[in-house]
Design a protein around this ligand. Sequence first.
Ligand code: SAH
Length: 372
Amino acid sequence: MTPLENIIRDIIATEGPMPLDRYMGLCLGHPQHGYYMTRDPFGQAGDFTTAPEISQVFGELIGVWVAQVWHQMGSPGKFSLVELGPGRGTLMKDILRATAKIPGLHASARLHLVETSPVLREAQKHNLSSPLAGEVAFWLQSQNPEGGGHAHDITWHTTHSTLPAQPAMIIANEFFDAIPIRQFELREGELFERCVTVEDDKLSFGLKPTGQSHVNQDNRIYETAPARSAIAKDLASLIATNSGAALFIDYGHRKSANGDTLQAMKNHSYCSIFETPGEADLTSHVDFEQLLKACALGGAIPLQLLTQGEFLNAMGLQLRTETLSRNLNGDARDSLLKASHRLADISEMGQLFKVAAITHKDLPVPYPFGSP
Ligand code: SAH
């Protein structure tokens, strides 16, 4: 039994069955034993691989998008370049490299990273102060002497709620899938919340009556994500008040639908969410309809939702891949081509992953999005 399972059993013994969002929050974020608090989960040796870790092209094309929107915003002299859940900092590093030659952009960018994991904060610090980022820092310093250069320009936050009130460009890749959800189940018209309990000395699901009933419904599972919606709404309202835009990339569905999408992953394979709490990644599919509704409530304009394949292809994935591949041969070339295919092909990440964008109401709709 993992140390976290002991803690969870104690809580259940004293407080009763635990709603799923609390369980998920403990598994991912318990200060000592939470999954993200204790490890770098990415890559072959870890549990899963994300788009920025698959290819540098992913972050570079997002960098091009950031540059476009910054121009559309009238090239503000100071803006927050925000990333939520930056992992190893790879995406931000690629964004910075791709935008390094845009006159004035780095000088006006203030980096704000929202990250709860001390292990990953260290990785971000390391990755964003490597030689290339160092060059950027030197250049930044010459542009913006009082800014103190790149290393001083990064502010870490444990929550989005401390982000400063200024124009913001906000990026989040595979962040919202890690924000805890709740699940409800309809049984013969009665609505129950799915809670974690102990049965036969094992963690398992139990049902807690909500007192609500629905007629004419089969037995179904529903997911809600109040924490996710609250974050999306706050970010949208930051943009609505101060100008800016956000790009949210995650796997999930376009329209709200029934069903259980919670999954646990360890060593690149699925496992039970009750196996080794704190040692497996727990995620769920993002309901983009709900996420964008929350953004609209916050006062920002949600744009047409694209698939990751549509977004990357429109941003020039093929051209960038060809340009990079000219300097490569053999295995290196093959793996670059495979990586681009993996990111954008509909049989791989191209369709399941979606790209949502929101903007301030006065901004033109940035390419390649249309109005919804
Ligand atoms: N964006 C990165 C990492 C995705 S994994 C990539 O694409 O590679 C999820 C990231 O979100 C990790 O950095 C994790 O530590 C962070 N995270 C998870 N829950 C969080 C929370 N509640 N607040 C802030 N960061 C969180």
